[in-house]
Design a protein around this ligand. Structure first.
Ligand SMILES: Nc1nc2c(ncn2[C@@H]2O[C@H](COP(=O)(O)OP(=O)(O)OP(=O)(O)O)[C@@H](O)[C@H]2O)c(=O)[nH]1
Ligand SMILES: [Mg+2]
Length: 456
């Protein structure tokens, strides 16, 4: 997502980097490129117009900042402006003073309502809430079943209705009753979708709104549909008064412009991003981080958060100690791989590292390969895992047989493990030399990022 936009902006900044001073001429040239890049990223043209005007105005007023290079200056202005149009501050979910809080999830057909409802339930549970799910999509026979399956999967409570109950309003009010009876504090209402906005649907949603008095009406927008998503968001908002947006399918090759436009057009903030089909693929939306991500500066904060959330701190320390003492065994190697895998698709993770987005364009991390490695290590005896030196030819054959792999693959694994050991040692002893200058430079850059400076 946003890759091509960030690439293009990077080029603009690179061009500016060669210039000594920010002049009206090079500023205009840069603005022109930025305008094209935004339009190509599918950002609404009205939004682009305002954006460019604001950046120009700020750039003019900032000529005194001689301490910054032109590139830095423009990056800063563009970043601030991007953050501004994305919503300035993170917009959190609102909860009712008097529980249960009702959240209606609305949107066009196939935008990801049902999936997002389940994701939200999981997210809420993780944040100490007790959600009550209900689907009021009575038109498609499988719709309610779909939410039920997801609810079971994540262990969330769902109100399934009585036999023959087929009125959205009945289902929703009974679900709320059930939530109150059982002390659940959030009712998530998954609604029906239509291909296009139609009267019947809008009337139904308005009725639900009147009766349920929801604290949040979240509009689910499929980022892949670009400007159409922006248009329907505006219409839903006009008819229903939405309170926020969940932007889905940003893991695909959506150009992402919708994220920049929806807030501007509806004046309602994006609250969550859908980053995949699984129920854990939901991220809170942070305007500042998104702006940073668009500019290709990586998303260090999200990365750190993700790592902290998933890695067992004690285990990490223990591992560090082992690496220092060269006791990093194949078993540890396996545990590390499993830990890393828990963080989600590796490519996504790597892309969050500043400056990596560009280099990793063609990198595909093979998840199956990871599974094979884990299988091979599982096929080893504890002794072998503790000391790889004893793994001779016949042991290699046995391991390959046991894990359904080939001897070549076992050989390769042992080689990789050897390299990992070596690299970790050189890292832990503080010598970057072993990694090659380029990598060392990257690390240094990352360090600078932490100090709040740009990697230029
Ligand atoms: N890649 C990806 N797929 C998603 C995401 N969110 C939803 N999907 C997929 O999009 C398709 C439609 O999702 P649903 O949740 O059924 O959409 P819906 O809005 O409930 O659809 P209707 O009930 O038919 O209106 C499914 O195949 C989902 O797996 C996402 O963030 N990323
Ligand atoms: Mg649905």
């Amino acid at each position: 997502m946003f890759e091509s936009l960030s690439d293009k902006l990077q080029r603009v900044f690179k061009d500016l980097r060669g210039q000594g001073k920010l002049t009206p001429e090079n500023m205009e040239a840069a603005l022109k490129e930025i305008r094209v890049a935004l339009l190509e990223a599918d950002v609404n043209f009205k939004v682009v117009k305002t954006f460019i005007a604001n950046v120009r105005e700020k750039a003019m007023g900032q000529e005194v900042l001689t301490a910054l290079s032109p590139a830095q200056q423009v990056v800063k202005i563009v970043r601030d402006e991007l953050t501004e149009i994305l919503g300035a501050r993170q917009a959190k979910i609102q909860f009712a003073a008097q529980p249960p809080t009702v959240i209606m999830v609305v949107g066009l057909q196939g935008s990801g309502k049902t999936t997002s409802t389940a994701k939200l339930a999981r997210w809420l549970t993780k944040n100490g809430r007790a959600p009550q799910l209900v689907s009021v999509d009575v038109y498609r026979p499988a719709a309610r079943e779909q939410l039920k399956v997801l609810a079971k999967q994540i262990g969330a409570a769902i109100y399934e209705g009585e036999p023959g109950m087929d009125k959205p309003l009945d289902l929703a009010t009974r679900a709320r009753r059930e939530a109150m009876d059982r002390g659940r504090d959030v009712v998530l209402v998954d609604t029906a979708g239509r291909l296009h906005i139609d009267e019947a649907l809008m009337t139904e949603l308005q009725e639900l709104k009147e009766t349920l008095k929801p604290t949040e009406i979240l509009f689910v927008a499929d980022a892949m549909t670009g400007q159409d998503a922006v248009k329907s968001a505006a219409e839903f908002h006009q008819r229903l008064g939405i309170t926020g947006v969940i932007l889905t399918k940003l893991d695909g090759d959506a150009r992402g412009g919708a994220a920049l436009s929806i807030k501007q057009v509806t004046d309602q903030p994006v609250k969550f991003l859908g980053m995949g089909e699984k129920t854990d693929a939901l991220e809170e939306f942070h305007p500042d981080r998104m702006a940073q991500r668009i500019l290709g500066m990586g998303d260090v904060l999200s990365l750190i958060e993700k790592v902290e959330e998933n890695l067992d701190q004690a285990k990490a320390l223990e591992m560090q100690d082992k690496i220092l003492h060269n006791e990093f065994s194949l078993e540890d190697f396996r545990d590390q791989l499993i830990q890393v895998r828990k963080l989600g698709p590796l490519e996504n993770l790597l892309k969050m590292i500043p400056g990596m987005g560009d280099q990793l364009k063609d990198v595909k991390v093979d998840e199956k390969e990871l599974n094979r490695i884990v299988a091979m290590i599982n096929s080893m005896t504890p002794k072998e895992r503790a000391n790889h030196m004893i793994i001779n030819g016949s042991r290699r054959r046995r391991i390959a047989r046991g894990s359904g792999t080939s001897v070549q693959e076992v050989n390769q694994l042992l080689k990789q493990y050897g390299q990992a050991r070596k690299m970790m040692r050189s890292l832990s002893s503080g010598m970057m030399g072993g990694m090659g200058g380029k990598m060392a430079k990257r690390m240094a850059q990352m360090g600078r990022m932490g100090g709040g400076k740009f990697p230029f």
